[in-house]
Design a protein around this ligand. Structure first.
Ligand SMILES: C[S@@+](CC[C@H](N)C(=O)[O-])C[C@H]1O[C@@H](n2cnc3c(N)ncnc32)[C@H](O)[C@@H]1O
Length: 261
């Protein structure tokens, strides 16, 4: 439930059972299809992977099931506790709590996964750059980042200003707009309101409207070069108007970037 106003929106909303109920269709099947696709497409062999902002670990578990060693990290204590309960007994999979803004796991990875719009939550560019620098710092030479973000053009064209969705007997009243997130950063603002047991709740999602050019430039600034781009979890080609996702596959460059903070 909303803790207090000084908590950031992403600390409360994603830690709530209602987030998981509302997004229940984003399930293990979707995650498994996506991870298997990447594994086969790029010929991944026993990699060390970090699933950054892993939620309850649906992608982490899929990657571990393919033989990779995976660390899933998330800010949400409830999601990490659930991930540990759900995916017990897998020696090549572990979960830790952590904040993508300042994490230091003391190890390096072959690849970092940041999936299903787990980026773009801040109202200033420097925090977004800080996250990419943290990722870069955790990568081996030649390591890669898979950044799976929303496709702004597609999402804007299909933005539904208001709707009510019933999930598990709860009516979620949803309002969406595109506007200034602060500091001149435009983005998607979604409010989710509902009543449960006589109490009214209100949560917000605020996601930056960074497009392919903006994200590619942030990546370049932090020592990455994009080597492939997909438009959905079936790894179809990216098309600006038609693709629901913007999946950027970026390689960490070895030169010209200091990974120390
Ligand atoms: C849209 S969900 C996606 C979760 C997961 N990747 C999936 O596909 O199921 C975004 C996740 O980012 C996590 N998150 C938000 N802010 C974070 C932060 N500052 N550091 C780490 N994780 C964060 C949330 O707790 C949430 O689990």
């Amino acid at each position: 439930m909303p803790k207090s106003p000084q908590h950031k929106w992403y600390e409360t909303w994603f830690d709530s059972p209602h987030y998981h109920r509302l997004y229940g269709h984003r399930n293990t099947k979707e995650a498994s299809t996506f991870i298997k696709g990447l594994h086969h497409k790029f010929g991944w062999k026993r990699l060390q992977l970090l699933d950054l902002a892993c939620g309850k670990g649906r992608h982490s578990a899929a990657a571990a099931g393919l033989g990779h060693s995976v660390v899933g990290m998330d800010l949400s204590p409830n999601s990490i506790a659930d991930a540990k309960k759900i995916h017990t007994g897998t020696s090549n999979l572990r979960f830790v709590e952590g904040n993508m803004l300042d994490f230091d796991l003391g190890e390096r990875f072959d690849g970092v996964l940041n999936l299903f719009t787990s980026f773009g939550y801040f109202d200033n560019l420097s925090d977004h750059l800080a996250v990419l620098k943290r990722i870069r710092h955790h990568l081996n030479v030649d390591g890669f980042l898979i950044l799976d973000f929303l496709n702004v053009e597609f999402s804007l064209a299909r933005l539904i200003p208001s709707e009510t969705l019933n999930r598990g007997g709860v009516d979620y009243i949803i309002s969406r707009s595109f506007g200034d997130l602060g500091h001149g950063i435009p983005g998607f603002i979604k409010t989710i309101e509902f009543e449960e047991d006589g109490t009214l709740y209100s949560f917000t999602e605020r996601v930056s409207g960074m497009d392919r050019v903006a994200l590619t430039s942030l990546l370049a600034e932090t020592g990455f070069v994009v080597f492939d781009t997909f438009g959905n979890y079936d790894l179809s080609d990216w098309k600006p108007k038609e693709s629901p996702r913007l999946i950027l596959c970026a390689r960490a460059l070895d030169t010209g970037f200091s990974s120390t903070m």
